[in-house]
Design a protein around this ligand. Structure first.
Ligand code: FES
Ligand code: FES
Length: 155
């Protein structure tokens, strides 16, 4: 049976009516039209759907909407303040750190979360922070370079 859930998404108050076990990813993409978070594996193993939930990186495919109720969600669409790009988004463009791009939304969320916690990570810290983000195109080297470049700007 459908229920109403309220949460904050990218700074805005949202109310959705859906089954409690509906995934947060489904709500974001299909109810709120936020298509940046991607469906990859659907079981929390690839990182394509990663978002921030109360500041922590979570797999939105594996997060039922009931457990996100009353919380604050930030998706890739909400990383940048206003019309400006977030420093990691700018650095990914500068470093051309994407190929097909399918994995990149989740990687940007993980990278931005890392920099919020640790503005000056070393390479090892970046690699560890992105450990759960898979990329089948093999752009990991460029991704790590871009995150380190973004750190230099945000430090
Ligand atoms: S689609 Fe959510 S972790 Fe893969
Ligand atoms: S750029 Fe294609 S999966 Fe990562």
């Amino acid at each position: 049976m459908k229920q109403a859930f309220e949460l904050t998404v990218n700074g805005g108050h949202v109310r959705v009516e859906t089954h409690p076990d509906t995934s947060l990813l489904h709500v974001l993409r299909e109810e709120l039209d936020l298509k940046g978070s991607r469906f990859g594996c659907g079981v929390g193993l690839c990182g394509a759907c990663f978002v921030q939930l109360d500041g922590q990186v979570v797999a939105s495919c594996d997060t039922p909407i009931w457990s996100a109720a009353g919380k604050t969600v930030v998706t890739v669409e909400g990383l940048a303040p206003g019309d400006e790009l977030h420093p990691v988004q700018r650095a990914f463009l500068d470093e051309q750190a994407a190929q097909c791009g399918y994995c990149i939304s989740g990687i940007l969320v993980s990278a931005a979360t890392l920099l919020a916690r640790n503005p000056a990570p070393d390479e090892q810290a970046v690699v560890e922070a992105l450990d759960r983000n898979l990329c089948r195109c093999g752009v990991q080297r460029r991704v790590v370079r871009a995150v380190l470049a973004a750190a230099e700007v945000t430090e």
